[in-house]
Design a protein. Structure first.
Length: 358
């Protein structure tokens, strides 16, 4: 790039709004450079199929879930961490970017950094990049979510020391070992928060013969999910449709029911973490044993999960501060110091940079 080009780029970077987005399956969080985390909304959109217009986004759309007429559809545009409905995602990003820019809107389009699951395909990366571009971004950068979570947890990702992060979100669980600005070993597991919700729906249907909705299952998970039996049993009344009579019915479920419902999924996550450790070089494993495994995302909030991992893996497990915001905090740190972290980003062709491959 010529001197004039560099000067122009510097001016554009100064006057534009840099935005970091944790584009999650369950929730989308937005960071604006210089302002911090400004938005946290469910990744849900309500669309009027007659007119094609956006009816609601985020919390407002979530309240409509399961309660809309035939011509209004409530859509979750991301499935298992990746875009499944490109046009709706584009509309949502356009809405969010416009909302966070607000009065600070300038003639210069923003630069956008998006967190994506590790191991996704080039097509999936291109979909995320194109959706942001079409929503008005000037430049789009991608960063792998476990890397962003590790940076958000202030782990020394660029040093010659091994760090391990488990980021359990709504659609995916990203398990990664990081050293010298790159991912040494990683797995993107499609067993995460949504999978737990589905397991709870299935369990209540099979055990109580009552069909409940996704929102009810999520509410039960948040209020009752735990790994170990507590001193005081917890209960929750859930309402749904009797699968035999078809009539409304309510039942009382306990923390034991939820623990039984999610046990298989929890075991899958634990065994996958074990597999990642088994593929990790010995010197890096030694670092992890000394420094511990860091846990982020909504899954980190399940009581007893960190303790279970410690018992099975014989390695200390640390829940990072404010685990739900670790990824978006990481995108913010990268945006604030883009020159420092440029080499860890996924390049414009959708491939890891040569430094990362090595």
């Amino acid at each position: 790039m010529s001197w004039v080009g560099r000067q122009l780029q510097s001016v554009l970077d100064t006057v534009s709004t840099d935005i970091g987005i944790d584009l999650g399956t369950a929730n989308t969080l937005v960071y604006v450079k210089g302002r911090g985390i400004v938005l946290s909304e469910p990744t849900i959109v309500a669309i009027n199929r007659k007119t094609g217009q956006l009816v609601a986004v985020g919390s407002q759309a979530k309240t409509m879930q399961g309660r809309t007429p035939a011509h209004i559809e409530v859509v979750r545009p991301l499935t298992e961490g990746v875009i499944s409905d490109f046009e709706v995602t584009e509309e949502m990003l356009n809405y969010l970017i416009s909302k966070v820019r607000g009065d600070a809107r300038t003639i210069v389009a923003p630069r956008v950094l998006i967190g994506v699951p590790c191991g996704i395909t080039n097509v999936e990366m291109r979909a995320a990049r194109d959706a942001a571009k079409n929503a008005g971004a000037r430049d789009v950068y991608l960063i792998e979510e476990p890397m962003a979570a590790a940076i958000g947890a202030k782990l020394p990702v660029q040093q010659a020391v091994g760090s391990m992060i488990i980021d359990i979100g709504g659609g995916t669980a990203n398990i990664a070992v990081i050293s010298m600005g790159g991912i040494v070993t990683a797995t993107n597991l499609r067993t995460a928060g949504d999978h737990l919700n589905a397991a709870i729906v299935t369990y209540i249907r099979d055990q109580f013969k009552v069909l409940v909705g996704e929102r009810t299952a999520e509410d039960a998970k948040v209020k009752l999910a735990s790994i170990a039996q507590g001193d005081d049993p917890n209960e929750l009344v859930v309402r749904g449709r009797d699968v035999v009579t078809g009539l409304p019915r309510e039942v009382v479920i306990t923390d034991v029911d939820i623990r039984n419902a999610i046990s298989q999924s929890v075991d899958t996550i634990v065994e996958t973490v074990r597999g990642v450790l088994e593929r990790t070089p010995p010197e890096v494993v030694a670092d992890i044993m000394q420094r511990g495994i860091h846990l982020s995302g909504g899954g980190a909030l399940i009581p007893g999960f960190a303790t279970l991992l410690e018992e099975v893996l014989q390695v200390p497990v640390i829940v990072v501060p404010d685990p739900l915001r670790a990824v978006v905090r990481g995108t913010g740190i990268v945006l604030e110091h883009l020159d420092k972290y440029e080499e860890i980003l996924i390049d414009n062709e959708g491939e890891l940079s040569p430094q990362l491959v090595e």
